[in-house]
Design a protein around this ligand. Structure first.
Ligand code: ADP
Ligand code: MG
Length: 208
């Protein structure tokens, strides 16, 4: 299977729908251990992303991801905008000039995205951030190569999102709460679960 611009467009349109429907849930999660803007930040950002992507014809998956990253960087405040924005900008450089990407190629691009998140935010695994979803999911994708069990990937992302509940935040606003951050699921890990599960749903459709 291949990810063409159509699949990537469908991904972001679907992700936007999920983010819009989970806007207040993401806000509630961020109210518990942050400042309560995560739902709003992402709802605004991904609305703008879909507007941009729907206004243009792409033949290059790298160019599509570059626009996505640029919009997120310029429209989304907080920590998550620059982090997601730089992830997609970096991923775009890996797929620059390509009409489509194999699962392996998309994994390489998203891995470069994870590197950008880490370079920018200086967080690591178990710091109770989006990385706690990105890193294990990319590990799984890397091991899978071009033969990905997409349902397994979604289950893994969900499990890792839920596992942030027991962690103490060491990065971002939630870190100010120290041990009081324990017992709450991380908002960015949750939006990252949506990001991967929507991608995997789109991939499953493509497989049929
Ligand atoms: P802000 O914290 O500035 O209000 P958001 O509420 O939009 O921004 O995003 C918060 C989420 O961003 C957190 O739940 C966490 O997953 C993620 N995050 C915060 N800081 C970092 C970091 N340094 N590295 C990776 N992810 C981070
Ligand atoms: Mg916030």
């Amino acid at each position: 299977m291949l990810f063409t611009v159509n699949e990537l467009k469908s991904w972001f349109i679907y992700l936007n729908e999920v983010i819009q429907s989970k806007k207040s849930y993401l806000t509630d999660l961020d109210q518990a251990i942050g400042d309560g803007d995560h739902g709003l930040n992402l709802a605004r950002g991904f609305h703008e992303v879909t507007k941009k992507l729907e206004s243009k014809e792409y033949t290059d998956v790298g160019a599509l991801l570059k626009d996505t990253g640029m919009v997120l960087l310029s429209k989304v405040g907080g920590a998550s905008g620059p982090l997601y924005g730089s992830a997609f900008l970096k991923a775009a450089t890996v797929l620059q000039g390509k009409e489509s990407a194999t699962p392996t190629e998309l994994t390489s691009a998203l891995e470069a995205g994870l590197d950008a998140i880490k370079a920018r935010g200086k967080a690591n695994l178990t710091d109770k951030t989006m990385i706690d979803v990105w890193e294990p999911v990319l590990e799984f994708l890397k091991e899978s190569g071009d033969e990905v069990n997409w349902d397994e990937g979604s289950r893994l992302a969900e499990e890792k999102m839920n596992a942030t509940k027991d962690l103490e935040a060491r990065k971002g606003r939630a870190a100010y709460l120290g041990k009081r951050s324990i017992g709450h699921i991380d908002p960015g890990a949750t939006s990252s679960y949506y990001l991967f599960s929507t991608l995997f749903d789109v991939a499953k459709g493509v497989n049929k």
